[in-house]
Ligand binder design. Structure first.
Ligand code: FAD
Length: 537
C-alpha cells in the first residue's frame, strides 16, 4: 500500500512538492497505519479535484501548490507558476490599499476575504472572489497561506446589469412628468418617483396613494375587486383633490396595472411563491380641468344670468300687476257706488269706468300671460363641495376685487344630498355674495371668508363665515322675513335674498341658522339630510 500511495503522489509531482513540505515523510512513515494513509490519499485527492481554485504559498506568497481548478481558472499550468509569486495573477488594477488590507489581515493570522482583479494567462481580466487563510505550525507561527478563489466575473456582470437596469428604470420613472408609485398587496409603497414624493407635500397628504386608492375603491365598488382579481388595469379615473392650503382644487387622472412577481427569498426556492403589486400613475390634469372649469363657469354664469333675468322680469311684471290692481280696485268700487245710486246722468261716466276696468283687466291678463316660468331643474344626488366650489369660482372676481382671503375647508369625502344643483347654487351664491358685501361694506381690518363642509349624525353641514360686522342679535330672526334688510333699500337690495335662501333650504328639507355663539362676524350654518341610497359622493 505504501508503494501505491507514493506512486500516486509521484504521478502528481506538483502536489508531492507541497505535501513533502507540509506533511514531511508522512506517507513514507512506517508509523502511520493503513487507514490513515487511505485517509491522507483521500484528502490529497479531494484538494486536487475540488471545484474551487486552491493555491498554497509560503509566507511571501511564493506558490508551492495549485490544484486542477486553479489551472483551469488562471490558465497557468503548475510548471508555469510554481515558485512564482501570487502577484503574477494581479492585473495591477486592484488598488494598493486592498493589498495592504489583505496583508495586514493575513499577517495578523486572520482570514481575509475580498475581490481582486486578476489576469488570466491568456491576458483576459477576471474578477476573483478570494479567501486567504494563514496556516499555523506547531508553535503557532504562520508557515503557509492557503488561497481559495472563484471566477465571479459573470455573476458580477449580471448583478451589475440588474443594478444598471434598476437605475435606468428609476431614472426613467423619475424623469416622467407623471407621479408613479408601486404598491404591494398590503398597500405599502415599494417604489415611487420624484413627482409622487412631491405630491406628499403639495397635497398635504401623508400617503397620496392610499387616498387615491380609497377614492378608486369607492368609485368602482365591485368592479375594483373584479379588476384586481383578473389583474386587469384601469385608466382615466379622474378625481379632484381639494387642497386645505388654498381653495384651488387639483385634478388627477389615475391609471393602474397589477403585476405578479416571484418571491426571491430562500423560502420560495423550491416552492414558488408570488406577490402582487400595483403600479399606480397619477397625472395632474388640473390645467385641462381648469380650462374646462372656466368654460363651465362661463356656462353657469350665463345660466344664472338667465335665471336672474327671468326673476327680474317676473318681479317687474308682478309689481306692475300689483300697481295696476290697486287703481282698478278703486275704479271697481266707484262703479259699484254709481250703480247703487242709479243716477241716469252718470251713464256716460259708468260706461267710461267699465271701459277702463275692461282694458285694465286685459292688461293684467296680458302681463300674467307674459310672466316667464322658472325652469325647474332635476333632483339628483349632489356633492355640496362641488356646488360651493362653483360658487367660489363664480364669485372669484368679486372676492379678488375686495381683497378677501378665502379659507376653503371642504371635507374630502362628503356624503351626497338629494337636490337641485341650480337651486343650491343660487342659495350659496346669495350667502357668499352677502358675506362679500358685508366685508367690503365695513371698515373691518380682516377680510376673511371661510367656507367649510362637514358631516355628522346623517346631516351634511356647510358653514359660511365672514369677518364682517355681523348681524345684531335682535335682528337675526328678522333677516329671514320678506323685504327686511339691514342695508338701505334700493337697487337690487330688496331684502328678499335670505327669504329665497330659506325657501331653497326648506325645499331641500334642510335648516339654516345664524350661529348665535359666533361674534367675530357672521356665520351661517346650513344643514341637509344625507342622501343614503346613493352612498357617499
Ligand atoms: P506587492 O509588492 O506584492 O505588495 C503590495 C502590498 O502588499 C504592499 O503594501 C506590501 O507591503 C504588501 N505585502 C506584499 N507582500 C507582503 C508580505 N509577504 N508580508 C506583508 N505585506 C506584504 N494577488 C492578486 O493580485 N491576485 C491573487 O489572486 C492573489 N492571490 C494570493 C493568494 C495568496 C495565498 C496570497 C498570500 C497572496 C495573494 N495575492 C494575490 C497577493 C499578492 O501576493 C500580491 O501581494 C499582490 O498581487 C500585489 O502584488 P504587487 O506586486 O502589486 O505588490
Amino acid at each position: 500500500m505504501k508503494k501505491t500511495s507514493l506512486s500516486y503522489l509521484q504521478k502528481h509531482s506538483n502536489m508531492a512538492t507541497v505535501m513533502g513540505e507540509l506533511i514531511p515523510d508522512l506517507l513514507d512513515s512506517e508509523d502511520i497505519d493503513l487507514d490513515n494513509k487511505i485517509l491522507c490519499n483521500l484528502f490529497v485527492e479531494t484538494v486536487e479535484q475540488v471545484p474551487i481554485a486552491i493555491s498554497i504559498t509560503d509566507k511571501k506568497a511564493k506558490i508551492l501548490y495549485v490544484n486542477q481548478e486553479f489551472c483551469r481558472v488562471t490558465g497557468y499550468q503548475p510548471e508555469d507558476i510554481l515558485g512564482k509569486n501570487e502577484s503574477l495573477l494581479s492585473d495591477k488594477r486592484t488598488p494598493r490599499a486592498v493589498y495592504q488590507d489583505l496583508w495586514r489581515t493575513i499577517s495578523s493570522k486572520k482570514t481575509w476575504r475580498g475581490t481582486l482583479c486578476n489576469r488570466h494567462k491568456a491576458g483576459t481580466r477576471y474578477l476573483s472572489d478570494l479567501t486567504i487563510a494563514p496556516m499555523l505550525n506547531e508553535s503557532g507561527e504562520i508557515s503557509h497561506y492557503i488561497g481559495m478563489h472563484r471566477d465571479i466575473t459573470e455573476s458580477y456582470e449580471s448583478e451589475k446589469i440588474t443594478v444598471n437596469q434598476k437605475l435606468l428604470i428609476e431614472s426613467v420613472i423619475n424623469s416622467s412628468p407623471i407621479a408613479m408609485v408601486v404598491l404591494d398587496d398590503q398597500n405599502r409603497v415599494i417604489l415611487d418617483n420624484h413627482n409622487y414624493k412631491a405630491l406628499v407635500s403639495d397635497l398635504d397628504l401623508i400617503e397620496p396613494a392610499r387616498y387615491f386608492l380609497d377614492l378608486l375603491r369607492e368609485e368602482m365598488g365591485d368592479l375594483w375587486l373584479t379588476l384586481q382579481t383578473n389583474e386587469k388595469g384601469f385608466s382615466n379615473r379622474e378625481f379632484r383633490v381639494d387642497s386645505k392650503k388654498n381653495r384651488r382644487s387639483r385634478w388627477f387622472s389615475c391609471a393602474g396595472n397589477w403585476f405578479t412577481e416571484y418571491e426571491v427569498n430562500a423560502d420560495a426556492f423550491f416552492e414558488k411563491a408570488s406577490k402582487r403589486y400595483l403600479v399606480l400613475t397619477l397625472t395632474d390634469i388640473t390645467r385641462q380641468r381648469r380650462q374646462m372649469d372656466e368654460l363651465y363657469i362661463q356656462t353657469l354664469k350665463t345660466l344664472m344670468a338667465e335665471d336672474e333675468r327671468v326673476r327680474s322680469i317676473r318681479e317687474t311684471l308682478l309689481g306692475a300687476m300689483h300697481q295696476i290692481q290697486m287703481p282698478m280696485n278703486q275704479i271697481g268700487a266707484a262703479e259699484q257706488i254709481l250703480r247703487h245710486k242709479g243716477m241716469s246722468q252718470n251713464e256716460g261716466l259708468l260706461h267710461v269706468l267699465q271701459e277702463i276696468q275692461r282694458s285694465g283687466e286685459k292688461a293684467v291678463a296680458t302681463m300674467q300671460y307674459c310672466i316667464p316660468e322658472i325652469l325647474q331643474s332635476a333632483v339628483i344626488p349632489i356633492n355640496l363641495n362641488k356646488i360651493l366650489h362653483d360658487v367660489l369660482l363664480l364669485s372669484d372676481q368679486k372676492i379678488a376685487n375686495n381683497g378677501i382671503e378665502v379659507h376653503w375647508q371642504p371635507l374630502s369625502q362628503l356624503p351626497s344630498l338629494l337636490g337641485s344643483e341650480n337651486r343650491l347654487r343660487i342659495l350659496f351664491k346669495q350667502l357668499v355674495d352677502n358675506a362679500i358685501d358685508a366685508i367690503s361694506g365695513s371698515s373691518v381690518q380682516e377680510h376673511r371668508l371661510k367656507i367649510t363642509t362637514n358631516t355628522e349624525d346623517d346631516l351634511i353641514y356647510a358653514v359660511i363665515e365672514d369677518s364682517g360686522p355681523g348681524i345684531p342679535i335682535e335682528k337675526r330672526a328678522k333677516v329671514f322675513e320678506p323685504f327686511y334688510t339691514t342695508r338701505p333699500i334700493g337697487g337690487n337690495k330688496a331684502g328678499m335674498g335670505l327669504v329665497m335662501a330659506k325657501e331653497i333650504v326648506n325645499q331641500h328639507h334642510g335648516f339654516i341658522e345664524i350661529d348665535p355663539y359666533f361674534d367675530q362676524g357672521c356665520r351661517f350654518i346650513i344643514s341637509f339630510p344625507v342622501h343614503t341610497s346613493y352612498g357617499r359622493g
